[in-house]
Write a protein that binds this ligand. Structure first.
Ligand SMILES: *[C@@H]1O[C@H](CO)[C@@H](O)[C@H](O)[C@H]1NC(C)=O
Ligand SMILES: *[C@@H]1O[C@H](CO)[C@@H](O)[C@H](O)[C@H]1NC(C)=O
Ligand SMILES: *[C@@H]1O[C@H](CO)[C@@H](O)[C@H](O)[C@H]1NC(C)=O
Ligand SMILES: *[C@@H]1O[C@H](CO)[C@@H](O)[C@H](O)[C@H]1NC(C)=O
Ligand SMILES: *[C@@H]1O[C@H](CO)[C@@H](O)[C@H](O)[C@H]1NC(C)=O
Ligand SMILES: *[C@@H]1O[C@H](CO)[C@@H](O)[C@H](O)[C@H]1NC(C)=O
Ligand SMILES: *[C@@H]1O[C@H](CO)[C@@H](O)[C@H](O)[C@H]1NC(C)=O
Length: 255
């Protein structure tokens, strides 16, 4: 999973906080202090607990979350922590030469796009009339790390970035009003959402909506043709029928 690919990037607390908000930052390494990690909601994280000495007495990872020990050496233990659904602090502790050492991992949960919902309304339009393309990406955060692109076939109709620094998940919505062209009926419309958390210790998440077709009808003249047919042809048929009936019914009587 790309979401938990970069588990060991270390920053100072402030630098990490700022990069979290701006989703930028080059990831300067801080040797000491807490480590900042970003994890997609419900994802896992590898934690490497390391002691400063070669023969630590007790090397543990303290967390209420489910974890498994993947690998163990005298100086370090590698854990996998599962199902991280909210911001957490994990604590590695060890005892070296009678002194206790701790290291804190701050885990910030982000909400990658899980669904991309595309709606065309109406789904049937006449050439030259307006229709709306709406793309909704439910429950994502942080929004400023998200790009939403509306596509007709492979052509980009619109792409949008977002502002807002809140870390609580919310829906991202893009609407695009456009006029129907005859060729719109030949392509699939789709919507792509991309969240880039690579600069903050997360991954790159990419999701695409189901394709949607637009049914494009010929414009109003079609209807007029129908009306003309009704007005002209029906009375004509009636007339012809009447004439024929007259001939067949009345001629014998006169004879
Ligand atoms: C854990 O960290 C120690 C010390 O930095 C390192 O030597 C070791 O290779 C790491 N283990 C893994 C599995 O990355
Ligand atoms: C840990 O896993 C067990 C079984 O897989 C589950 O019942 C329990 O709720 C999990 N605990 C947490 C905190 O997720
Ligand atoms: C993951 O966490 C959620 C909420 O904390 C819980 O409902 C779910 O059972 C957990 N799943 C596993 C596999 O532990
Ligand atoms: C967004 O559109 C612009 C031009 O319209 C393009 O240069 C850019 O690469 C697009 N970005 C994405 C993520 O598609
Ligand atoms: C698109 O049109 C709808 C009504 O047809 C309107 O409510 C909406 O604000 C329009 N959106 C944009 C982005 O122009
Ligand atoms: C549109 O999408 C459908 C369903 O995925 C696919 O079968 C069809 O080939 C696509 N058409 C075009 C023109 O891409
Ligand atoms: C969004 O698109 C812009 C322009 O193409 C690009 O610079 C930026 O990296 C993209 N962001 C994400 C999160 O994909």
């Amino acid at each position: 999973m790309p979401l938990a690919m970069a588990p060991f990037g270390g920053w100072g607390a402030l630098a990490a906080f700022l990069s979290l908000l701006r989703c930028r930052g080059s990831g300067e390494k801080a040797f000491e202090g807490p480590e900042q990690l970003m994890v997609g909601s419900g994802e896992f994280q590898f934690i490497n607990c390391t002691a400063s000495c070669m023969d630590p007495k007790r090397l543990v990872l303290e967390t209420a979350l489910n974890k498994t020990l993947l690998e163990s050496q005298t100086q370090w233990k590698l854990f996998k922590v599962y199902n991280i659904s909210k911001d957490e602090e994990l604590l590695c502790s060890s005892t070296c030469g009678g002194k206790q050492e701790t290291k804190v991992f701050h885990i910030t949960v982000f909400y990658p796009p899980k669904q991309v919902l595309l709606t065309l309304s109406p789904t049937t339009v006449a050439v030259g009339t307006l229709f709306t393309i709406e793309c909704r990406v439910p429950a994502v955060a942080p929004l400023e790390c998200l790009n939403v692109t509306l596509l007709r076939g492979t052509e980009i109709l619109c792409n949008q970035t977002f502002v807002g620094t809140t870390l609580s998940p919310q829906d991202a919505v893009v609407t695009h009003n456009t006029t129907a062209h005859r060729e719109d009926g030949l392509y699939n419309f789709s919507c792509e959402a991309q969240m880039d958390m690579r600069s903050c210790g997360g991954g790159l998440v990419h999701r695409v909506s189901d394709p949607q077709r637009l049914e494009v009808k010929e414009p109003v003249p079609n209807n007029q043709t129908g009306i003309i047919i009704t007005i002209v042809v029906v009375p004509l048929l009636f007339l012809v029928t009447s004439v024929l009936l007259y001939r067949y019914w009345w001629r014998p009587r006169h004879n």
